[in-house]
Design a protein around this ligand. Structure first.
Ligand SMILES: Cc1ncc(COP(=O)(O)O)c(C=O)c1O
Length: 366
C-alpha cells in the first residue's frame, strides 16, 4: 500500500536546509507562550515519585477526563485522551469504518491532508464535497453526496486551510445528514480557541449517537509537542475506540496529561483572548501587505492561516521551494489541500515576522 504522507515535514525540512534565512510559515506550530501553569506542571512533575512515571490508565488520567467532561458537558466515560487531535481523528475514522455501514469517508475540498492519508491507511475511500470561495460548506451539497456507502463525514471548524468557521445551522445539518445515512459526523475542532468571528458552533451542541468531536490543547495552549488531545464518542462507539487506542499506543504521555490538567484548571480566559488578539493583529498586518502587493487572499474567520494567490505563480511544491530559495518565505502549496486551491499558497501566521514576510513577498512578486 502506498500511504500518502502529507507534505508538511518535507517542506519544513527543505526550508531548514535552505542556504539563507527563511521565514517559516509552513507549520501550525505557534510561536507564543504556553500558559504558565503548564510549564509549572511539567516542572513539578520532574520531582514526583517513581510510580508517576509508570503507565497511566490507557484511556487517560481520570481527573483529566473528568475536567474535560465537565467543561464539555458530557459523561467522562465517553472521552478518550489521545496523542493529540491527530490520534483522535484516526480513532474516530477507524471506528466509523468498522461499523459496517459503508467504507466511504466524505471530506471537503480543500481538505486538511491528513484526513485523506488516514482514509487510505484505514482501507476507506475518499469522496470530496467542494466548499465555496469563502470555505463555507453547503449542507445540501453534503446531502447530495452522502449515501448508504458513507461511513463518516469529516469536517474541521475553524478550518485549516480556509479559515472558515461553520455556523450552528451547518453543524446541525451535518449531524442530521450523518443520522439519515447511518454515518458518523466527525468534527475536528482543534482551532476552537482561535475563532476570530464569534460564530463558532461545536458539534457537541447537537446531541446524537452519530457524531464524534475531536480536539486537543496542541493549538489552544501552544504546545503541539506535548501531544494531549481527546475524542468524545457516543456511548455505543466508545469501547472499541478505547481498545484501539490501547492496542496502538498503550497510553499517552502521563507528564503531559498532568501539566495540561493543571493548565486547564489555572488558566483564565485572558490567556486565550491575548492569543486571539495577536492573531487578529497578524492577519491585519499580513493582509494589508498582501493588498499592497496586489495579491488575492482569504481573510480567516478562525484558525492560523491565510491563503494567497499571486498571478502566474500556482501553488505547486516546485513554486514553494522556489519561494523559499528566492524570497526567503516558506509556505505550503495549495495543491497539498486538494484540487480546488491549486493556484494558491497557504501561509501560517505563527511567526512574529509576518510583516517582513509580506514585504519579501511583495518585493518578489513586484
Ligand atoms: C485540522 C487539524 N487537525 C488536527 C491537527 C493535529 O493536531 P494535533 O497536533 O493535536 O495532533 C492539525 C494540526 O495542524 C490540524 O490543522
Amino acid at each position: 500500500m502506498n500511504y500518502e504522507t502529507p507534505l508538511f515535514f518535507h517542506v519544513m525540512e527543505y526550508a531548514d536546509a535552505a542556504d539563507r534565512d527563511v521565514i517559516d510559515m509552513v507549520s501550525g506550530n505557534p510561536d507564543w507562550q504556553p500558559p504558565d501553569a503548564l510549564r509549572e506542571g511539567l516542572r513539578e512533575y520532574a520531582d514526583l515519585e517513581p510510580d508517576r512515571f509508570q503507565y497511566p490508565p490507557s484511556e487517560g488520567l481520570l481527573e483529566l477526563r473528568e475536567e474535560i467532561a465537565t467543561r464539555r458537558g458530557v459523561d467522562a466515560d465517553r472521552i478518550v485522551v489521545t496523542n493529540g487531535a491527530g490520534e483522535a481523528n484516526y480513532l474516530a475514522m477507524a471506528r466509523a469504518l468498522e461499523r459496517d455501514s459503508g467504507d466511504e469517508i466524505l471530506l471537503t475540498d480543500p481538505v486538511y491532508p491528513y484526513y485523506p492519508g488516514k482514509t487510505t491507511m484505514l482501507g476507506g475511500t475518499q469522496s470530496y464535497v467542494a466548499t465555496d470561495e469563502a470555505g463555507q460548506l453547503d449542507p445540501d451539497d453534503v446531502r447530495a453526496a452522502a449515501s448508504a456507502e458513507t461511513a463518516a463525514i469529516v469536517v474541521n471548524t475553524p478550518n485549516n486551510p480556509t479559515g472558515a468557521v461553520y455556523p450552528a445551522e451547518t453543524m446541525r445539518e451535518l449531524v442530521a445528514i450523518a443520522e439519515e445515512v447511518d454515518a458518523v459526523l466527525i468534527s475536528d475542532e482543534v482551532y476552537d480557541h482561535y475563532d476570530l468571528s464569534g460564530e463558532f458552533a461545536s458539534a457537541l451542541e447537537i446531541d446524537s449517537d452519530h457524531r464524534v468531536v475531536t480536539n486537543a490543547v496542541s493549538k489552544s495552549m501552544a504546545v503541539t509537542g506535548v501531544r494531549v488531545g481527546y475524542a468524545v464518542f457516543p456511548p455505543g462507539l466508545v469501547a472499541n475506540a478505547k481498545s484501539r487506542h490501547m492496542l496502538v499506543n498503550v497510553a499517552t504521555t502521563r507528564p503531559g496529561q498532568y501539566a495540561v490538567l493543571k493548565a486547564l484548571r489555572e488558566t483564565g480566559p485572558d490567556y486565550y483572548e491575548r492569543n486571539r488578539q495577536r492573531l487578529r493583529d497578524r492577519v491585519e498586518t499580513f493582509t494589508d501587505a498582501l493588498d499592497a502587493a496586489g495579491a488575492e487572499y482569504t481573510s480567516p474567520s478562525g484558525s492560523f492561516y491565510v491563503m494567497a494567490r499571486f498571478d502566474g505563480y500556482p501553488g505547486t511544491l516546485e513554486n514553494v521551494e522556489r519561494l523559499i530559495d528566492e524570497a526567503g518565505v516558506a509556505g505550503m502549496p495549495g495543491e497539498a489541500f486538494g484540487d480546488s486551491r491549486t493556484e494558491w499558497l497557504r501561509f501560517a501566521l505563527v511567526t512574529p515576522c509576518v510583516e517582513e514576510a509580506a514585504e519579501r513577498l511583495a518585493r518578489y512578486f513586484d
